[in-house]
Design a protein around this ligand. Structure first.
Ligand SMILES: Nc1ncnc2c1ncn2[C@@H]1O[C@H](COP(=O)(O)OP(=O)(O)OP(=O)(O)O)[C@@H](O)[C@H]1O
Length: 290
């Protein structure tokens, strides 16, 4: 999608957007078009669920993100690799609204300008993020963790007292199965293995039905068997959700990847299949070693 196309779409949508809609702390950005075309849906008619163009972010003069452009197709499982300090975490911080870029374009679908939204709004829009360390409620059971994570109707009290309806119960059961924890439903989360906690946290994200999932080093610290099962899990999620996975584990990436993006110095250094990027001299130089 070219910037022209996006601007054109923006102009068309701006004519119909309510004046206050999408107004955020970033305030006065001119194109008032940060809205969802159909409530609850992301407009992916241009074939992109995530679109970053020429994004920049400096910290005390250091260019952590330096002209980063990339896009992700709906249902894609994109792997991101790159050396330490390449800007991978900062990129995710920008997508999720934790960090604001100095300049650039960041769109969710073709109509939602993420730079006009706060971090909680972005989560609400359907972008889920999993940090490297699992953060489950250790004193609660697997079931209770998933129940708590459920995106409840705003009119319904979002608490343990809220009884799940049959659709929600079915969804919870399906997710339990997907994350390989159907047999552990009543176990205290604190007693799960590291890998199981990671899956539970992914399950908690799935309960909120995200369109896009950002996963930071999901298999770090996992056993080989857990890593293999995580690969299986991601391959199941692909298609139903779009995934962006930052990982250093090359054999894991080989199992799950289609397109791999290599970040370096805050921009895309190379992109292609794992074989293609592994054969790229520049990638070998900065990341893979000789
Ligand atoms: N809040 C901040 N203040 C100052 N410098 C920062 C800040 N956040 C990131 N940086 C710097 O920006 C650069 C990119 O960091 P980032 O964490 O995004 O890289 P990364 O690719 O995720 O690295 P790693 O693989 O080690 O996690 C690093 O040099 C880091 O020190």
């Amino acid at each position: 999608m070219t910037p022209d196309l996006m601007e054109d779409g923006a102009r068309r949508l701006a004519r119909t957007a309510a004046p206050e809609q999408g107004k955020t702390e970033s305030g006065g950005r001119e194109a008032g078009f940060s809205r969802i075309a159909t409530p609850g849906e992301v407009d992916v008619t241009h074939g992109r669920i995530l679109y970053l163009e020429d994004v920049h972010r400096s910290f005390d003069g250091f260019k952590a993100i330096n002209g980063l452009s990339l896009d992700i197709a709906p249902g894609e499982l994109r792997c991101i690799i790159g050396p330490n300090g390449a800007g991978k975490t900062t990129m995710m911080d920008i997508i999720t609204g934790k960090t604001r870029p100095d300049k650039g374009t960041v769109f969710f679908g073709s109509t939602i300008d993420l730079l006009r939204h706060s971090e909680p709004e972005i989560a609400q829009l359907g972008i889920g993020r999993k940090f490297q360390k699992p953060t489950v409620f250790e004193q609660l059971t697997v079931f209770e963790n998933l129940e708590l994570a459920l995106k409840t109707d705003k009119n319904v009290m979002p608490s343990m007292l809220h009884r799940l309806d049959s659709r929600q119960s079915d969804r919870l059961a399906e997710i339990l199965h997907t994350i390989h924890l159907a047999d552990s439903v009543n176990r205290l989360s604190g007693n799960l293995s590291h890998g199981q906690k990671q899956w539970l946290e992914i399950g908690m994200l799935l309960m909120q039905d995200p369109k896009l999932l950002l996963l930071d080093e999901p298999v770090a610290g996992m056993t080989d068997e857990e890593t293999a099962r995580t690969a299986e899990l991601f391959l199941t999620l692909k298609g139903q959700h779009s995934l962006m996975v930052v990982e250093h584990d090359m054999s894991f990436i080989r199992t799950i990847s289609e397109i791999v993006t290599v970040l370096c110095d805050g921009a895309v250094l190379a992109q292609g299949t794992l074989d293609e990027v592994q054969a790229d001299e520049r990638v070998i130089e900065v990341y893979l070693g000789r």
